[in-house]
Design a protein around this ligand. Structure first.
Ligand code: IPD
Ligand code: CA
Ligand code: CA
Length: 259
């Protein structure tokens, strides 16, 4: 049903991923987005966004687009593309080889297509509402792990980490003491995809944006996982936080997050 949209998202995510790889070792200008020394943007983020949004505008002129580096096309369409042209900018700026392109299509506010492309491993994650989730054309499922002490989880720290009491350090310590391992890889869309394919058993983070999670949420759901707000309420993609899990461990994760 959404096949044409999915194919378009795949095509342009791959192209943008190629651009990220091509420019990884070239000189890049780093700008600070605000007074915050953690929140940076490179010219490659902007180039990738232009590539993706020009393509979407051309192909789907009646659709809306929301992308991280400023593209905001509003026509009151029922269709909204949500784009992170480079998820993992800090990794990218340090040439740490984990970053991704994330593209979701929302219909009346709900994700119906999700594509995340991690170009360094050439891993393409794709989900369509009701159609399951795939990694490089093979179906993926969340893990079956039902023990927190055997779980590998992932999290992240927002750019405002030094400015808020909700800095996630309390949850991080609580999980470190109860899990097998906790990772902090710096790419929320990939954290979600790794949860969807069972590499991670769960992921949580605060202060996220819709472009960080819109595609990954659909991929987790279609892989049989569960997503919610940190207090267990139904996920709001525009609500700036998420817990994602293999489903079995969701309650346990919420219990720790309540501490
Ligand atoms: C960031 C990454 C990171 C998360 C940050 C996001 P960006 O996105 O997803 O993992 O911890 O909160 O802002 O800025 O690299 O696109
Ligand atoms: Ca991001
Ligand atoms: Ca980004």
């Amino acid at each position: 049903m959404f096949r044409d949209y999915t194919q378009a998202a795949i095509e342009i995510a791959r192209e943008a991923g190629g651009l990220l790889i091509d420019r990884l070792h070239t000189t890049r200008t780093i700008e600070y987005k605000d007074h915050n020394r953690f929140n940076i943007v490179t010219e490659v983020d902007k180039a990738s966004e232009k590539l993706i949004t020009d393509y979407l505008k051309d192909k789907f002129p009646s659709h809306d687009i929301l992308a991280e580096e400023g593209t905001d096309v509003k026509t009151e369409s029922e269709w909204l593309w949500v784009v992170d042209p480079l998820d993992g900018t800090v990794n990218y700026a340090h040439a740490y080889p984990l970053f991704a392109v994330s593209i979701a299509l929302l219909h009346r506010g709900k994700p119906v297509v999700g594509v995340v492309y991690e170009p360094n491993r050439d891993e393409l994650y794709v989900a369509e509402q009701g159609g399951g989730a795939m990694k490089n054309d093979k179906p993926i499922r969340v893990s079956k792990n039902n023990r927190l002490d055997g779980a590998m989880l992932s999290t992240g720290f927002a750019y405002n980490v030094a400015e808020t009491r909700l800095n996630n350090l309390n949850h991080f310590s609580n999980f470190v003491l109860e899990c097998h391992a906790v990772r902090r890889d710096g790419v929320a869309s990939v954290d979600l995809c790794y949860t969807a394919c069972g590499r991670f058993d769960g992921f949580w983070e605060r202060f996220l944006k819709p472009w960080d999670i819109a595609a990954g949420v659909l991929i987790v759901n279609e892989a049989g996982g569960q997503v919610s707000m940190l207090d267990g309420k139904p996920l709001d993609i525009f609500g700036d936080e998420i817990v994602a899990s293999n489903g079995v461990l969701h309650k346990e994760m919420l219990r720790i997050l309540k501490k």
